[in-house]
Design a protein around this ligand. Structure first.
Ligand SMILES: Nc1ncnc2c1ncn2[C@@H]1O[C@H](COP(=O)(O)OP(=O)(O)OP(=O)(O)O)[C@@H](O)[C@H]1O
Ligand SMILES: [Mg+2]
Length: 384
């Protein structure tokens, strides 16, 4: 709608100004014709000696339209309103400017002939009046374009300011919500840990496996809290061995995903160091693996390849052989709220993008996706 309305306003302005330009042109033409006629009349009436004085007078009345009067052979007799200052410009400069203006006039409008009778039966040509557009007319021709350009520039700046304030607001929501979540989780976790200590001392409990399982869950809750508190502040990056981080992440996820899904890592080297915030990066890998598992319907193969790209970059490609992303949706998947799942929030990839791009100064994108070969997401990070 916005585009259509802007196009309408733009073309309306141009159309209307062109209409004004045409009218002004017509008026200037009439003015010049009147000059020519007056000239003709005066020449016919007066004796020859006064001609130059009169032409000068008449042409002098015209203060805006550039005009040149020539004799019948085309030599310039007089000119008006051409940017020439005879006190400042040299003779050659005057000549140059005059001939340039003359060429322009010849190409623009047809010259108006001035005829004399002077005793002859049929009129003979005395000279020609050449003219071009006045400064006002020239300005009016360009005016709508200048105006539209200024409006467009203003609109662009307004748009930038608006989108900046929008994303600043989104940031505040992300950060605020994450901090609050971490904060709220903190209290029950500390209390759970205290209870754990008590339970550990209970001999009845030792028999059962409960303690170990509870311990795992508490640790899991701590990881979650750490993630939320990391995303709610400026997370510290540390040089980490990327293979190690990914292997640990997979180890953690392995018991939580179907045994019919295989997960393997391929790496060009065992010692690739990258600046990483581990709790947040784990979260990204977890989201990508979960999405891959969903896309494969719980059966298939996930491959994580760690590669070295050019210009000191490390690529982490997460591939699955699932159902792929339709071409039209590839741009959508990173937008908050986009999901194709019944129970999805459409936040996993938004979060991943935020973590990689804002906190790790990297990039995440769909490298390839089709129905047959599945999908590959690529994370590109600067290497240390
Ligand atoms: N590996 C993949 N293969 C096919 N489609 C995918 C893949 N990863 C993401 N998608 C598509 O992108 C959508 C958005 O993913 P995203 O992780 O942001 O949200 P979600 O998984 O639907 O919900 P959640 O917030 O629980 O993660 C998914 O619903 C799915 O349609
Ligand atoms: Mg997801």
């Amino acid at each position: 709608m916005l585009t259509i309305v802007s196009i309408c306003i733009g073309s309306g302005t141009i159309f209307y100004t062109n209409f004004l330009v045409e009218q002004l042109k017509e008026r200037e033409k009439q003015q010049i014709e009147l000059f020519a006629k007056t000239l003709e009349y005066t020449i016919n009436e007066e004796s020859g000696s006064n001609i130059y004085f009169i032409t000068d007078k008449i042409l002098f009345e015209n203060k805006s339209i550039p005009t040149i009067l020539t004799n019948e052979t085309g030599d310039i007799i007089d000119y008006r309103n051409i940017a020439i200052d005879s006190s400042r410009h040299s003779l050659s400069e005057i000549q140059k400017r005059l001939s340039r203006a003359f060429e322009d006039m010849k190409n623009r409008y047809e010259a108006i002939p001035v005829t004399v009778r002077d005793g002859h039966s049929s009129p003979i040509i005395f000279g020609y009046v050449y003219y071009s557009n006045s400064f006002l007319l020239k300005q009016l021709t360009y005016y709508p374009y200048v105006q539209l350009a200024v409006i467009a520039l203003f609109g662009f700046i307004a748009y930038l300011a608006f989108s900046y304030s929008k994303s600043a607001e989104q940031n505040r929501v992300w950060v605020g919500l994450a901090k609050e979540t971490a904060h709220q989780l903190g209290t029950p976790i500390s209390s759970l840990m205290a209870w754990m200590e008590l339970l550990r001392e209970d001999p009845d409990m030792k028999e059962k496996n409960a303690i170990t399982e509870l311990d795992k869950d508490i640790r899991r809750l701590q990881i979650i809290t750490e993630r939320f508190s990391s995303i709610g502040s400026v997370p510290a990056l540390q040089p980490e061995n990327i293979n190690q981080i990914i292997t640990n992440g997979i180890q953690y996820l392995r018991p939580r995903i179907s045994s019919r899904v295989s997960v393997k890592t391929i790496s060009v080297s065992e010692n690739i160091m990258v600046m990483i915030n581990t709790p947040l990066f784990d979260w990204v890998i977890e989201n990508l693996i979960k999405n891959a598992v969903d896309a494969m319907g719980g059966e298939g193969a996930i491959t994580i390849s760690i590669l070295r790209g050019s210009e000191r970059r490390v690529f982490i490609d997460v591939s699955d052989n699932g159902k792929g992303i339709p071409k039209s949706k590839i741009k959508e998947v990173f937008k908050p709220g986009y999901t194709s799942k019944k129970r999805g929030w459409g936040l996993g990839l938004t979060l991943a993008k935020r973590i990689i791009e804002i906190y790790h100064n990297g990039k995440i994108f769909v490298l390839a996706s089709d129905e047959i070969n599945g999908t590959t997401f690529r994370i590109s990070l600067p290497s240390t």
